[in-house]
Design a protein around this ligand. Sequence first.
Ligand code: CP
Length: 307
Amino acid sequence: MLSFQNLLSVNELSRADVDVILKRATQFHETSHQISEVAKGKILASLFFEPSTRTRFSFEAAMYRLGGHVVTMESSLASSIQKGETLSDMGRIMSGYCDIVTMRHAIPYSIKEFAQHATVPVINAGDGPNQHPSQSLLDAYTIKFFQKKIDHLTIGFVGDLKFGRTVNSLMQLLSLFSGITFYCISHPTLRVSPDLVATLKNSGHTVIEMDNMNDLLPELDVVYMTRVQKERFVNEKEYLEVKDHFLLTPESLVGCKSTLSILHPLPRVNEISPALDAHPAAHFFDQAKFGLFVRMALISEMLKLEK
Ligand code: CP
């Protein structure tokens, strides 16, 4: 039984919630060839005001695999928000048509506004640079799957730690675990927020901020690469100054642990060379695939579907 109705932020998740969702995701992973009927008669509304490949299609595929149905909106121009309707009214209206909603929007806290008068569970599928909680759950699932644990790992977060909602949400989720060493590697203008650093330190973790990855990779259990979020920059010149700062290649991995996991929420632009795709440490395509099982688990638990 989860402790929350809506998943708008990682803040809603307790450690027990994370354990419940990861355990159920494991069950779906182990029986991934089976189509279930547990969500028969249930409808997921999939509302994407911003582009998505992984999040949208894995949520929709998850609902179909559970035996439910999906109604979908794939363009910000396709709803009556264009005519001036508020997100809050839209949430109230959509609650009459479906059993659960997943939504992505460019504006931070917009999904909170949508959920204000919604009477069905709402999942934040990414609100601007703010939060992407279902991604954090699938990232945690992937770390646990390959590393066999989450506590006491040494993890490097690389790239856009300012605008990257996946990296910020994941670090916040990992604060629920014990004794993690966080290396935060970014251009000085794309640092992780001081509030998040304080949260991690207050939870007993170690945080080290750096400008480059030189000599660091051999120390890491996990390296989490991220794309510089071009769409969040107002000034293109500022984007051009910080893009293409970090690129993993086969040469970068010399001396690394044999158990290293390379993760990336994807899409990648120029952070991981395709020459690494077949490397044993390359787990980013598995990570995207595991999103299906985690989202099946999330829908099942939030709708209290039978096991
Ligand atoms: N990781 C992620 O959120 O991918 P999409 O933008 O394709 O959904």
